[in-house]
Design a protein around this ligand. Structure first.
Ligand code: GLU
Length: 422
């Protein structure tokens, strides 16, 4: 991780405080949002394939349930820690409020490099972690979903473990499940699709012609890969992409289909070779000559170390928390438009919401319905955020937080306020 003593939770608090001040809120009105409602830290002991026992550290944080059950993904990563999970949980609260779906925010994680575990070890890790967080999750309480390094398969194991202990099938305990066991069509692509919807709106708002706009994408997993595929399918020019091993660049546009086939077969970008395509570093990708930059990897990628060198006119944050507070200030001075994570990447949780609704009603929607509803919700949210940004002359991030904080503090007030039980 780059940047000086980056702490994602402090980053979140700093943005929250500025937005609350913009709104003219009294600290007492948003004090409860500065602290998660519940933080759970668990040990996850598992038997490794060689017979030894290893104990991993796991977390589940519920930031707010003011507007509905807590909602948010589970990530498996070697750098996962409590402050990161706390920030990610808070971002989920704001994200669900921006797109106005009836959820609070949560996040979970296990500090592990899943690439170093066998499939059997990963199953045991997931099942044990599920039993550890079981007292606080459930379809009415807190609904996990995929995040970095987790997927539908992991969700299936969580659902199975939870269902076993409950004695009946409980599909609504997680979203992002495989379609065959209650997942929603369109969920896998939803985050990437949402990113492309928001990017298109940003281009429209800034009178940019999609056909001549160049796009650079950092991260080529589920989100970055899907977004690249949709842009490419629409005839747009994706000129740079990367994974954690490095990036590829071609000013005429990259052959996204070929690169996707390559990486989806488990290969790494550093090994992709084709005439006319140049290998670049991650830093070169972030600072390359492009119109739109879309970070789709981890937090703290755009920092005071590189913000000044960024050439993109628009940044669409598909990752959670990719821009530090310091970098945000630099970008603002450079008139770079930053479309914030809590709006740009909300497509995933929106279709998670559709999945949960389908599970509760024992119904299934078709892809057309899912995508039409996703489109409608994302466009409405963009419009609301954009309007606040214009009215108050504030950047889109500030506007998105203003929309979110208004909704959350109103919910708290209507419920009698945080001290109503005292
Ligand atoms: N992990 C995704 C996010 O950060 C999706 C969360 C969900 O679907 O609950 O938004």
């Amino acid at each position: 991780m780059k940047g000086k003593q980056y702490n994602p939770y402090e980053n979140m608090l700093s943005v929250l405080t500025s937005a609350a001040q913009q709104l003219g809120l009294d600290p007492a009105d948003y004090a409860s949002l500065c602290y998660p409602e519940r933080e759970l830290k668990v040990s996850v002991p598992i038997r490794m394939d060689d017979g030894s026992i290893q104990v991993f550290e796991g977390f589940r944080v519920q930031h707010s349930s003011a507007r509905g059950p807590c909602k948010g993904g589970i990530r498996y990563h070697q750098d996962v820690n409590m402050d990161e999970v706390k920030a990610l949980a808070a971002w989920m609260t704001f994200k669900c409020a921006v797109v106005n779906i009836p959820y609070g925010g949560a996040k979970g994680g296990v500090q592990v490099d899943p690439h170093k575990l066998s499939r059997e070890e990963l199953i045991r890790l997931t099942r044990r972690y599920t039993t550890r967080i079981m007292p606080i999750i459930g379809p009415d309480k807190d609904i996990p979903a995929p995040d970095v390094n987790t997927n539908g398969e992991v969700m299936a194991w969580i659902m199975d473990t939870y269902s076993m202990f409950n004695g009946h099938c409980v599909p609504g305990v997680v979203t992002g499940k495989p379609v065959e066991i209650g997942g929603s069509v369109g969920r896998v692509e939803a985050t990437g699709r949402g990113v492309t919807i928001i990017t298109a709106e940003c281009m429209k708002a800034n009178n940019m012609n999609p056909a001549s706009t160049t796009i650079a994408i950092q991260g080529f997993g589920n989100v970055g890969g899907t977004a690249a595929e949709i842009f490419h399918g629409n005839g747009q020019k994706v000129i740079a992409v990367s994974d954690y091993t490095g990036g590829l660049y071609c000013s005429d546009g990259l052959p996204i289909d070929e690169i996707l086939t390559f990486t989806r077969s488990g290969k790494l970008m550093k090994d992709f070779e084709k005439e006319g395509i140049r290998h670049i570093t991650n830093d070169e990708l972030l600072t390359c000559d492009c119109d739109i930059l879309i970070p789709c990897a981890l937090e703290n990628q755009i920092t005071e170390d590189n913000a000044d060198r960024i050439q993109a006119k628009i940044i669409v944050e598909a990752a959670n928390g990719p821009t530090s507070v310091e970098a945000d200030e630099i970008l603002q001075k450079k008139n770079v438009i930053v479309c914030p994570d809590i709006l740009s990447n909300a497509g995933g949780v929106v279709v998670s919401y559709f999945e949960w609704v389908q599970n509760i009603q024992s119904l299934t929607w078709d892809l057309e319905e899912v995508n039409a509803m996703l489109n409608k919700i994302m466009l409405k949210a963009f419009d609301e955020v954009y309007t606040v940004s214009e009215e108050r002359s504030v950047p889109l991030r500030m506007a998105a937080y203003i929309v979110a904080i208004k909704r959350i503090t109103t919910a708290c007030k209507l419920r009698g306020g945080p001290i109503s039980l005292a």
